[in-house]
Design a protein around this ligand. Structure first.
Ligand SMILES: [Zn+2]
Length: 112
């Protein structure tokens, strides 16, 4: 004899209960985006006077090309800032480690 319904009366079926549980588990992670109103807005004029991390010239001296949705910034000079020497530990992307990863490296180095 086939069952007429896959659910107990009144509380949905196993399928909907499963997704209700998934929703309630993921809501803290993927819930509504945090409000950005309390984040201080950086002044646009101040941003344009910041030095470029590649060449060191101010950002307003650079040319910006909007090519198919990708904004390409062109430095006004071919001179480049020297790369910082990295003597410490690196993260999984080959960049200098910082934060918790750096703390763990230091703990391991002091322990052994
Ligand atoms: Zn530059």
């Amino acid at each position: 004899m086939a069952r007429d319904a896959a659910s107990r009366p009144g509380d949905g079926n196993a399928f909907t209960r499963f997704f209700d549980r998934v929703d309630s588990a993921l809501e803290p992670i993927f819930g509504a985006p945090p409000s950005v109103s309390d984040v201080d807005q950086t002044d646009a004029a101040e941003l344009r006077t910041r030095p470029c991390p590649v060449c060191g010239h101010a950002i307003f001296e650079h040319a910006f090309d909007d090519l198919s949705g990708n904004i390409v910034m062109t430095c006004p000079t071919t001179e480049r800032l020297p790369e910082r020497a990295t003597t410490g530990p690196l993260n999984e992307l080959g960049m200098p480690a910082h934060g918790r990863r750096l703390v763990r490296y230091e703990q391991r180095a002091s322990a052994g």
